[in-house]
Write a protein that binds this ligand. Structure first.
Ligand code: HEC
Length: 109
């Protein structure tokens, strides 16, 4: 009985790589993003809210990823009241992929 349970757990873990990815992304967000966007993505004076933000909930993953990798500065800026830009180079391509999944899924719950 125990043996069966064990193999089931392994099968589920292998079939859903998104689970571990989401956990890594949560850590990444905590260390690289939460200072400006808030620990739960609720926003601060220096970064817009990402939770409940239509750009995240309804946006295309590719558009979100672009902001994460390249940042958003100067003329591209969407929030003129926030003096600072969104810095680029905070995350690698792979980290950004994981972060997009985290932002669109985990964070919105
Ligand atoms: C130094 C503060 C700062 C840090 C750190 C930061 N951001 Fe930002 N972020 C901003 C600001 C400011 C904007 C808004 C820029 C603008 O005016 O369009 C922004 C915008 C965004 C947007 C677009 C939101 C929208 O409504 O268009 C996303 C997505 C985002 N950030 C994700 C992240 C992620 C993921 C990280 C961590 C890898 C991160 N940010 C780290 C300040 C920051």
């Amino acid at each position: 009985m125990l043996k069966i349970t064990g193999s089931l757990v392994i099968t589920i873990a292998l079939a859903t790589p998104g689970i571990s990815q989401a956990m890594d992304a949560a850590q990444l967000f905590g260390s690289k993003c939460s200072a400006c966007h808030g620990p739960k993505g609720e926003g601060t004076q220096v970064g817009p809210a990402l939770k409940g933000n239509p750009f995240i909930t309804k946006g295309a993953p590719a558009d979100i990823k672009k902001v994460i990798v390249a940042g958003r500065t100067e003329k591209e800026k969407k929030y003129p009241k926030m003096m600072n830009p969104m810095p680029g180079g905070l995350a690698s391509e792979a980290e950004a992929d994981a972060l997009v999944i985290y932002l669109q899924d985990e964070m919105q719950k």
